[in-house]
Design a protein around this ligand. Structure first.
Ligand code: ATP
Ligand code: MG
Length: 549
């Protein structure tokens, strides 16, 4: 069957080839998270690949929870995973659980025993490890390897019935202890484990291993392409062995791709959980976390994460991506979707001497110059305003393009101001600045063309709202002097809270709204702090360090 779909990476090359050779009549993928933590940005790559293939090949994609390890799994994680996938905008066809197939998986194990392809082994985990051999040496066959089918059937049934203590026996596939691939040296496929399972409760005291349950789950669901990360490449022969021994007519094809790694970014659920459990972060959705829920909390648009995955592409070799690429994608998206607002982080009072006390001059400003449909809102200029203290200098460095003594500057969206005098404290610090506004210097006015050093953001004292700014930095600092351990690389300054900033009212709308605070950064309105002060999370800075490189 000829397909006219253009493949755009090596995985899609395989799929097109399989369709054309008639190996599969359709395309069916799955996303198989283990519900032992929240999804992180690495998972979004796998999501984009699996759901991307579904969309491109008009196929299907299931969400299948790989919940075969009861000690680490939890419904909280199941719920969060579903929420995060929906947030990215993907829809799964079926929601499935490996644990739903515990009966079938057990039956397949019995079938293997009957064929003489599996046996019960009394070795401890340690003994199995010691007899497995090495890359250069074959393993040693277990003395239990040649038990009769009848004995194996009886023992396996008794394992299930709870007759033996945890760890005292396992079921092993009978393959080849001399195989150059260690995964093929009689791998364990079932173990005894008395643990409460989040779905099956205490029904089972034996659980299948991932390498056995996974191919069976794929095959039972009708999955055609089982896409996973590179570390499973060596498991592929076992994957194929299991589907063949179980007798599946249309065995799925496993294809491996390189994991997404981002510099200075923790991408392991186990370690992320440590950060949560130790209280270093406020939770899985802490805005500094590289989890999808953390990024949502931070204000990252889902479209930016998908664009990032598309730009990274699909490769067969592991590499490390710079986090600035993700930030670039976030900035690109927000540039179009986020309204502009004015905020002074460190407010400096400016008195406009030639305005009357009760002056209230309204200016209409465009919400987002990069989005025609964003509309406008009004800002009101009054006698007392605030600018940022960094925008005035008594002792300006060279090339300083803001307000200086005797100088001029434009107030964004309003008039040009000329400096008149400076009020200083005894210690020399600037208390307030006095200026005059220049008549008709607003945009379109007769004096609009007047040359000024720069344009600064401002807020009127009477209208401004006190806000808190949460500024985030990376959780990890660069590895230096051979220090590669995460614990030693944790950044003690990953959060700075700035109080006393002043924002125009426009920014305090509904929680979740995103803004470009002009000349500062992109921020998300994140609701109110305990004392009722509006708080904003810094999503990403304005500076585009990626393009410069
Ligand atoms: P972790 O090591 O963080 O626990 P995992 O691989 O064990 O990750 P799973 O829940 O098993 O997590 O992953 C679900 C799917 O997401 C798997 O198919 C896995 O290959 C994929 N995945 C996980 N991490 C990444 C990553 N960094 N890049 C690409 N795909 C990933
Ligand atoms: Mg895993």
């Amino acid at each position: 069957m000829k397909t006219d779909i253009e493949p755009s990476n090596f995985i899609e090359d395989f799929i097109v080839e399989d369709l054309e050779k008639g190996r599969y009549p359709y395309v069916y993928t799955r996303f198989p998270p283990e519900p032992n933590g929240y999804l992180h940005v690495g998972h979004s790559k796998s999501l984009c690949i699996n759901f991307g293939i579904k969309e491109k090949f008009h196929g299907r994609c299931n969400l299948r929870f790989d919940d075969t390890n009861p000690t680490k799994e939890d419904v909280e994680y199941v719920d969060s995973i579903k929420e995060d996938i929906r947030w990215l905008g993907f829809e799964w066809d079926k929601e499935l659980y490996a644990s739903d197939y515990f009966d079938e998986t057990y039956e397949f194990a019995v079938r293997l025993i009957k064929k003489g392809a599996a046996y019960v082994c009394d070795y401890s985990a340690e003994e199995i490890r010691l007899t497995r051999g090495t890359l250069n040496e074959p393993g040693k066959e277990s003395p239990y390897r040649n038990r009769s089918v009848e004995e194996n059937l009886r023992l396996f049934e008794e394992m299930r019935a709870g007759k033996y203590p945890d760890g005292s026996k396992v079921l092993r596939a009978k393959i080849d202890m001399a195989s150059p691939n260690i995964n093929m040296r009689d791998p364990v496929i079932y173990r005894i484990l008395r643990a409460h399972h989040h779905r099956t409760g205490d029904t089972w005291c034996i659980y299948p291993m991932y390498d056995f349950a996974h191919p069976i789950g794929d095959a039972l669901d009708g999955v055609t392409h089982s896409i996973c990360t590179l570390e499973f490449e060596d498991h592929r022969p076992l994957y194929d062995w299991v589907t063949e021994q179980c007798g599946f007519e249309m065995p799925p094809r496993q294809i491996e791709f390189a994991r997404l790694n981002i510099k200075n970014t923790i991408m392991s659920k186990r370690y992320l959980k440590k950060l949560v459990d130790s209280g270093f972060v406020s939770g899985w959705n802490d805005p500094r976390m590289p989890t999808l829920s953390g990024m949502r909390e931070r204000g990252y648009p889902p479209a930016a994460i998908k664009e990032f995955c598309a730009r990274v592409g699909v490769a067969k070799a592991n590499s490390e991506v710079d986090p600035s690429l993700l930030e670039f994608c976030v900035r690109e998206e927000l540039n179009i979707t986020a309204d502009r607002a004015m905020v002074t982080e460190s407010p400096l009072k400016v008195v406009i001497d030639n305005l009357p006390e009760d002056a209230a001059i309204e200016f209409s400003v465009v919400n987002n110059p990069n989005n025609e449909n964003s509309g406008t809102h009004n800002v009101v200029l009054r006698k007392e305003i605030y600018i940022d203290s960094a925008d005035f200098s008594l002792d300006p460095p060279p090339k300083y393009k803001r307000l200086i003594e005797g100088g001029t500057v434009r107030l964004k969206g309003a008039y040009i101001l000329r400096h008149v005098s400076t009020e200083q404290d005894l210690d020399g610090s600037v208390k307030a600045v006095h200026c005059e506004y220049i008549e008709d210097s607003q945009s379109g006015g007769a004096n609009a063309a007047m040359k000024v050093k720069g344009t600064v953001q401002w807020v009127s004292a009477a209208d401004a709202v006190d806000v808190e700014l949460y500024k985030y930095e990376s959780l990890l600092v660069d590895p230096k002097d051979g220090v590669t351990d995460f614990n030693e690389r944790l950044n003690p300054n990953s959060l700075t809270v700035v109080k006393g900033a002043k924002a125009e009212k426009f920014a305090v709308g509904k929680p979740g709204d995103t803004f470009q605070f002009m000349r500062m950064a992109y921020y998300k309105f994140a609701g109110y702090s305990d004392d009722g002060t509006p708080k904003f999370y810094r999503i990403v800075e304005l500076k585009d360090s990626f393009n410069k490189r």
